[in-house]
Design a protein around this ligand. Structure first.
Ligand code: GLA
Ligand code: ZN
Length: 682
């Protein structure tokens, strides 16, 4: 696999972050000190202009880019590159005053007032025009600046707008989707029930909070529309940038597993993906390892949006966040370990929000590399410098990517669909938590797992897990069948294949769309348990799993029952089944059970698939990045004790020493990166 170096001019990993110098234009000393400190911290790039519209265009049509040019030039002279944002996330007051339509409208139909950020309508022609105008100016002026690496479009986009313009575009979207035939929509949304039939597309409204929320097909379609509309908005920005600077790649910064929009749709329009990571470090609910397993899941989700190339960690805090319930400090050493985790998962950067703390305004207490003390002589600054140094030591790994043989199938519209569905319990659906918990069982075994759509090509994977795939996308069933036929091992769970894209239930047995043949089972009933209810699944070898929340009662066709229910009126009924098909196998787990207990089945599947499992001590994380020139093994110890892990023979990039392979000792909260000799066999 050839390396995919994102930025040859930089060579290694990016290290830097959001920099908002427009606050300090009257303080040359501060700006000069920033450059000195950036050098000291091993920073090689800065993200400029995320919220700079009011500085660029203080009044309509009057542009001032001089300050930006000075800063970019100054940074570039010191070897610090620029990621330049478009300023659409926060707009100047004059714009809102002149054209109120540019402000976002909430679900109750009330337009927001000027202020905050992200407060814009994705449809407003005026807003699109104004954004394009400032973007074009930026691209014309800075598109060929030698320091410019990347466009950063807008900021943490997502959400919905319920204004009349958006409602009208929603109707246009429906007309396209249903071939301008209102009867098609009526059938797809089953509107005769409760007498919800429409005579014309003009009668369809968005799901206002005081309006129509009782048609599940409409509610999900609105989510799809919002993704489409926001993506369309971003495309207008991207077009303006590409016209003037086609050679500069484009990204936008995502937020973990946001339910606001389907990131896969947006990612198609981007050159590379990036995200902002803000885990609640050291919380009192879970061990640090568990928090970081969640973060690794999100890294995996983002990485999988653009397979085969590195992504960027666009923001993290070097110390504290602001605005969460408890803004706790990252403990000494943790920033370095969390940074290495991002790299291990496939990021080619560690970047901060933000470089220097603002003196006033929102987020004035959010952690920054340089805080109000104003010096490089702080614990946080030293830790950031340590990360700069660490990234230098492992720079040869930049451009390589993790390689996954297992996939978790996750769809955004399935998530929305489960939210609207009146099935089961409104308290225990926990789709995202379930996905994360199952993924974690692979993570704990050192098995890299991509997180992909149920329609994505699965040809590179050996094992696939599809939790609660309640809504099937049009190509899902065929895709899963092909995967199994060709030798894949697939596992699906309760609540699979109940509805189609329009939220219409499949007739003739769940899982629908032919999947009941693939699994050899039909789910006849779904039982929803109260929180304290329990059942058990018993296997022939005496193994038992605990059942909670959901249990399906199966009719078994030509599948083999591996485990049966131990209690209740479905005692003795099949709960875990397997059916061979083509060269592969399809497993069905009909009840929610503890993910840890399912681990034995996962190991069996991985064993059958020939995917190696690593025996890691509890609390140790492992990833492998691979490129033509080398195999890089990352070991991270999230515990306060020393740990010993099995490792391949190779070179320890932190110490430069050769290791024989076998047992590798990790210090408490320590880590190692091993450049493996040969094939990296352990
Ligand atoms: C997000 C935003 C940043 C900043 C940080 C810290 O990631 O993108 O602008 O607000 O959060 O709160
Ligand atoms: Zn709108």
């Amino acid at each position: 696999m050839e390396k995919k170096i994102l930025f040859p001019q930089v060579g290694g990993f990016l290290h830097g972050g959001d920099y908002n110098p427009e606050q300090w234009l009257d303080r040359r000393d501060v700006l000069e000190e920033d450059v000195r400190l950036m050098k000291l911290a091993g920073v090689n790039c800065a993200t400029l202009g995320v919220f700079s519209w009011a500085s660029y265009e203080p009044s309509e049509g009057e542009f001032r880019f001089g300050w930006l040019e000075e800063v970019m030039d100054r940074l570039y002279a010191e070897g610090i590159y620029t990621i330049l944002a478009t300023p659409s996330a926060a707009k100047p007051a004059w714009l809102d005053r002149a054209w109120p339509e540019v402000m976002v409208t909430g679900a109750d139909g009330t337009r927001r007032r000027h202020g905050e950020r992200g407060n814009f309508c994705f449809s407003s022609p005026k807003y699109r025009e104004k954004v394009q105008s400032v973007d074009r100016k930026l691209a014309e002026r800075f598109g060929s600046h030698p320091g410019l690496l990347l466009w950063h479009v807008s900021n943490e986009v997502g959400g919905e707008c319920f204004c009349p313009l958006c409602a009208e575009r929603f109707r246009g979207h429906l007309r396209r989707r249903f071939d301008n035939d209102i009867e098609k929509l009526n059938r797809a949304w089953w509107t005769p029930f409760w007498g919800h039939c429409y005579n014309d597309f003009s009668q369809v409204d968005p799901p206002y909070s005081n309006g129509e929320n009782s048609i599940p097909g409409l509610v999900v379609e609105w989510k799809r529309f919002s993704t489409w509309n926001l993506t369309d908005f971003l495309k207008t920005e991207i077009r303006a940038l590409r016209e003037a600077a086609p050679q500069i790649p484009v990204t936008t910064n995502f937020m973990a597993f946001s339910q606001k929009l389907d990131y896969r749709e947006v990612a198609r329009e981007l050159s590379l993906v990036s995200w902002d990571s803000y885990p609640s470090f050291h919380n009192d609910r879970e061990a640090l390892y568990d928090t970081m397993a969640g973060t690794a899941f999100h890294h995996g989700l983002i990485r999988s949006l653009k397979p085969g190339i590195p992504y960027l960690l666009m923001e993290c805090t070097p110390s504290v966040v602001h605005g969460m319930d408890y803004n706790k400090q990252k403990r000494p050493g943790i920033h370095q370990l969390a940074s290495l985790q991002a790299i291990a998962c496939g990021s080619d950067s560690v970047m901060y929000f933000q470089w220097r703390k603002n003196r006033g305004g929102c987020e004035q207490h959010h952690g920054a590399v340089v805080d109000h003390l104003g010096t490089g002589d702080t614990r946080v600054f030293r830790e950031v410098s340590g990360v700069g140094e660490m990234l230098g030591r492992i720079r040869e790994a930049a451009g390589t990517v993790p390689e996954a043989k297992a996939a978790l199938l996750v769809d955004w519209d399935n998530r929305w669909s489960l939210q609207t569905g009146q099935l089961g319990s409104r308290h225990t659906k926990n789709y995202v938590e379930t996905c994360m918990a199952l993924w974690k069982e692979f993570f704990r075994r050192g098995v890299e797992m991509d997180i992909v759509s149920s329609e994505a090509s699965l040809s590179g994977y050996r094992v696939a897990v599809a939790p609660m795939m309640y809504m099937l996308r049009p190509g899902t069933a065929a895709n899963l069948k092909r995967f199994v036929e060709e030798g894949g091992l697939l596992l699906a769970t309760y609540m699979t294949g109940y509805v189609d894209q329009n939220q219409l239930c499949y007739m003739g047995g769940f899982p629908g769309d032919g999947l009941s043949e693939l699994f050899g089972v039909v789910s006849e009933e779904l039982d929803t348990l109260y929180p304290s209810d329990r059942n058990r699944i018993r296997f022939s070898d005496g193994e038992e799993w605990e059942v909670y929340d959901y249990a399906e009662i199966l009719r078994v066709g030509d599948a083999q029952a591996l485990g049966v229910y131990a209690e209740d009126y479905y005692q003795g009924g099949a709960a875990v089944t397997c059916r061979a098909s083509g060269k592969g196998k399809a497993y069905y787990v009909a009840a929610r059970t503890s993910p840890e207990q399912m681990g034995t089945l996962f190991e069996r599947m991985l064993g059958e698939a020939g995917v190696p499992v690593k025996r890691l001590p509890e609390g140790v994380e492992y990833h492998r990045r691979r490129g033509e020139e080398g195999i890089y093994d990352f070991y991270l110890n999230w515990t306060a004790q020393a740990q010993t892990v099995p490792c391949a023979e190779g070179t320890d990039l932190f110490t430069g020493l050769h290791t024989e392979g076998g047992a590798l000792k990790l210090e408490p909260l320590g880590a190692a990166v091993i450049l493996a000799d040969a094939q990296g066999n352990v």
